[in-house]
Ligand binder design. Structure first.
Ligand SMILES: [Zn+2]
Length: 507
């Protein structure tokens, strides 16, 4: 595969801002135009909220690619050539001994170096023997509450959010979706800040949470989310007790410009009121009318068919097992609804993860010790019952075979000690253990979540995309555990300083 375009002649003069920002190559403008067209197709121009969604998504595509300082430099750009690496593109294809040309924050050429028109000032980095993947995306997490030595709403702050986004960057993630547990205004202001700032962290996405009044997340989480609402005076959870409230809440969410909705359909083993079908149908219909995707937390596979029929966009917990049968798999495919299997959440809490050097690099020694063997229920090698493993494998295989859109999501941060970034690599490992090929697992962690979350410039190594990528010492297609062998991480064209991050995290 060769995907290279010649740099176009530099333009000058009084052009529109966007043209100034993207004068690097003609191809680059074309790509943005395509992205914009795709986005505009998804929105209804008469709907305010929908336009805001496009603005937000495009804002990422447009603003992150060039900082004001870089824009002032005009045509001068920083060029970097990563050469001779195995390129795992993110669309299922691979280029052996390929090269990636990066200008400023973006990929401008991918393929055979000899066919590239390299700028004079290009910096070259020989990566022979290494593999490059698009930076990963976690499609289900909860940021802000975890502090590694404690968990709770008292930890939620701008600084803690940035710390979590840095941890994602450290582990090679370009973006994370925090699913319905963030105070809206605070989340928005952080997004704005990150867009303008030089901070090298993963992108932060969030959703409005919806459930019956005073209900939603697990009981411990709910208590904390409600306390956080109290402390900040901001809404996290939109309570819905009747159809009119459902319509009003979606309308308010749309007016605020929140681009995603998360609903909870779960009675938490009888301790909470479950969102009734009559209400979630209204929520989904109203959100769909306004082009706001709705993602659902559901406890049982039995709830999935009606949710799919109602038009939900995806499921944040796969509920993989016998109950998730062929019929549901087919229904998922036909409705184009995605599934986040979310298997590590249950599994990793039984494992002595504190003895894993990959985790040790990002936590204080005291935390690693607390999560080691002999501490609580944690075991070095967890014993899985053959029956449940067989059931998981069979269910997972049927999803893969039906080509259900499976996304990586971890639920990191929802409970204490389920850590950001680290858990994503472990989830990939579980995907492959249960029957995915490493390539399928990587797709589930790159282009697929990018598409579902409106991240139009992430998840693939292609011209026009943001240069967010991970250089690995070994080939993840041979062994998915090689995603842990991170050599370098680039976000928006700049290498992040993993060593100093690791020092900071482990102190
Ligand atoms: Zn969750």
């Amino acid at each position: 595969m060769l995907d290279y375009q010649c740099p176009a002649k530099k333009e000058s003069g009084n052009m529109k801002l966007r043209q100034q920002l993207f004068s690097d190559t003609e191809q680059f403008r074309l790509n943005l135009l395509i992205q914009e067209t795709v986005l505009m197709k998804r929105i209804s121009t008469t709907k305010r909220a929908a336009i805001k969604f496009a603005t937000i998504a495009l804002g990422w595509a447009l603003l992150v690619v060039m900082t004001p300082a870089q824009a002032q430099q005009g045509s001068r750009s920083n060029s970097l050539l990563l050469e001779n690496a195995r390129l795992i593109i993110g669309d299922g294809s691979v280029i052996e001994a390929g090269s990636i040309l990066i200008e400023d924050a973006n990929i401008v050429a991918v393929g055979n170096r000899d066919e590239m028109n390299l700028p004079d000032n290009v910096t070259r980095l020989d990566l022979a023997g290494k593999s490059i993947i698009p930076a990963l995306i976690d499609a289900h997490a909860h940021l802000g509450y975890e502090a590694y030595t404690s968990w709770g709403e008292q930890n939620y702050s701008r600084e803690n959010l940035i710390d979590h986004l840095q941890r994602y960057a450290y582990y090679g993630f370009s973006a994370v979706f925090s699913a319905g547990s963030d105070p809206g205004e605070l989340a928005f202001s952080l997004q704005r800040e990150l867009r303008d700032d030089q901070l090298q962290v993963a992108r932060f996405l969030f959703a409005a949470g919806m459930a019956p009044p005073g209900q939603g997340p697990n009981d411990q989480f709910l208590k904390n989310a409600l306390a956080l609402e109290q402390r900040t005076g901001m809404t996290i959870l939109y309570g819905v007790g009747n159809e009119q409230q459902a319509i009003d809440a979606v309308s308010e969410i749309a007016d605020r410009g929140i681009p995603l909705i998360k609903i909870w359909v779960d009675d938490r083993a009888g301790t909470q009121q479950k969102l009734a079908p009559a209400l979630y149908r209204v929520i989904i219909a109203e959100a769909t009318r306004r082009n706001i995707p709705v993602f659902v937390h559901q406890q049982y596979a039995a709830d999935m068919p009606d949710l799919i029929r109602s038009g939900v966009d995806g499921f944040l917990h796969g509920r993989i097992g016998n109950d998730l049968d062929q019929a549901i798999a087919q229904q998922l495919v036909q409705a184009k609804a995605f599934v986040v299997p979310n298997l590590g959440l249950a599994e990793l809490r039984r494992e002595a993860i504190g003895e894993d050097s990959f985790l040790q690099a990002s936590v204080p020694i005291s935390v690693a010790k607390r999560l080691s063997a002999g501490s609580g229920q944690r075991q070095l090698k967890i014993v899985r019952s053959t029956d449940s493993e067989t059931e998981l494998k069979a269910s997972f295989a049927s999803l893969i075979e039906a080509e259900v859109d499976i996304l990586l999501g971890t639920d990191a941060g929802a409970v204490p000690d389920h850590f950001f970034g680290y858990s994503g690599h472990r989830e990939l490992e579980i995907f492959v253990r249960l029957g995915m090929t490493p390539m399928q697992a990587l797709l589930a962690a790159t282009s697929r979540p990018a598409q579902r979350l409106g991240l139009v410039d992430l998840g693939q190594l292609k011209p026009g995309y943001s240069a967010d990528l991970v250089v690995l010492d070994s080939n993840p297609l041979d062994d998915i555990r090689n995603t842990r062998r991170i050599s370098r991480v680039y976000l928006r064209g700049k290498e992040i300083d993993r060593e100093s991050m690791s020092r900071k995290f482990s102190n």
